[in-house]
Design a protein around this ligand. Structure first.
Ligand code: NAD
Ligand code: ZN
Length: 360
């Protein structure tokens, strides 16, 4: 395979403004591989950066290449690379950790304070023709997994890790709040882990219509709060309704919205001694019904990305225990990145996962 000098990249230069730039081809260190990125999914955090120029503590101060849900083809390898070779199709795990700190050494590398994560300032993202990445964060895809599916391993990892944190056991009742890509993939991971009943809740009917066909047994359309209704009162009112419908609290509830009312419902609807798992990223400070946590010994667990999920996710896809293909509802060529991001920002027209394809 030849490497031309073009490195067309999707660069965020200001709020809602993307420039398609020819960026320098990145250097390939001895343990790195150069990936010709073919498919990249747009994630909520990319959209957040696109819209607001910031996300949690990270602010876009310099133009930055977007994207972190990618798969592509290896076109060059560093001198010490042994695990992958030129021509291999790989999924890119976008967070590169230090491998030496306490978190890395204890096997919780997602908590490494030195992690450089694609498209999280100041680290450039993967929406480039060429992307250089350490070989130990590139995972070879078997022949029966497409690059489109490979690019979905990143959000699938979030769902799989959340289910691992929740300690879901066969026949468990699992309630997922939020039917976006992360919530849906959490449902898929719950099913694959043997959950007996997966219930998913959302405010948007079209999302629940989709969920009906995708790894959930029960879909709950939540009514919106009444004018002036305090969050916790709404959360208690809706939780009482859900409890009536389900007849019991869930073994585990996972919030995949970040909304305060849902975080409160996550605690309220978890059974005594069960796991309330917080995946959604919302307001940095929120009010929780603490007496429910202590009085019913609910384990509230945070989820930050994932670790050691890529090999397991690849195995699940290869053996067809999880199907991620239905989530891909729209695709755009990389040259139309601006349009793709505007669609992801404004789109509620049944879009679940929008992917950007690079044919170079
Ligand atoms: P998304 O916006 O596509 O989906 C969120 C869904 O939640 C939507 O369908 C929305 O209608 C629903 N929702 C929002 N408020 C609600 C409410 N009050 N009641 C019921 N439903 C409500 O987002 P996504 O890509 O699926 O991601 C979900 C969340 O997970 C986001 O907050 C994202 O930032 C977070 N996330 C966290 C991690 C992590 O490492 N913890 C990783 C990736 C994404
Ligand atoms: Zn580390």
């Amino acid at each position: 395979m030849t490497i031309d000098n073009k490195n067309l990249s999707t660069v965020l230069v200001g709020a809602e403004k993307i420039d398609m730039r020819d960026m320098p081809i990145p250097e390939v260190g001895p343990y790195d591989v150069l990936v010709n990125v073919k498919v990249t999914g747009i994630c909520g955090s990319d959209v957040h950066f696109f819209k607001h120029g910031r996300m949690m503590d990270f602010e876009v101060t310099e133009p930055i290449v977007l994207g972190h849900e990618s798969a592509g083809v290896v076109v060059a390898t560093g001198s010490q690379v042994t695990r992958v070779k030129t021509g291999d199709r790989v999924a890119i795990e976008p967070g590169v950790t230090c491998r030496t700190c306490e978190m890395c050494k204890s096997g919780q590398y997602n908590l490494c304070p030195h992690c450089k994560f694609a498209a999280t300032p100041p680290t450039h993202g993967t929406l480039s023709n060429y992307y250089s990445h350490p070989e130990d964060f590139c995972f070879k895809l078997p022949d029966n997994i497409s690059l489109e599916e490979g690019a979905l391993i990143e959000p699938l990892s979030v769902g799989m890790y959340a289910i691992e944190r929740a300690n879901v056991k066969p026949a468990d009742v699992v309630l997922v709040l939020g039917a976006g890509p992360v919530g849906l993939l959490t449902c898929a991971a719950a099913k694959a882990a043997g959950a007996g009943q997966v219930i998913v809740a959302d405010l948007i009917p079209s999302r629940l219509e989709f969920a009906k066909t995708y790894n959930s047994d029960t879909q709950l359309l939540l009514e919106r709060p009444q004018q002036g209704e305090p969050n916790i009162e709404y959360a208690r009112r809706i939780s009482a309704q859900i409890l009536k419908t389900l007849g019991r609290r869930a073994d585990t509830v996972l919030d995949c919205t970040g909304a305060e009312t849902c975080v409160q419902m996550t605690v309220l609807l978890t059974k005594n001694g069960g796991s309330a798992v917080l995946v959604g990223l919302g307001a940095s400070t929120q009010t929780l019904p603490v007496a429910e946590i202590t009085g019913r010994q609910v384990d509230v667990k945070g989820v930050f990305r994932y670790c050691n999920t890529y090999p397991r996710a690849i195995s699940m896809l290869q053996k067809k225990h999880i199907n991620v293909k239905p989530l891909i509802t729209h695709t755009y060529p990389i040259e139309s990145s601006q349009e793709a991001f505007l669609h992801a920002t404004n789109g509620r027209d049944g879009a679940i996962k929008i992917q950007i394809l690079n044919t170079q």
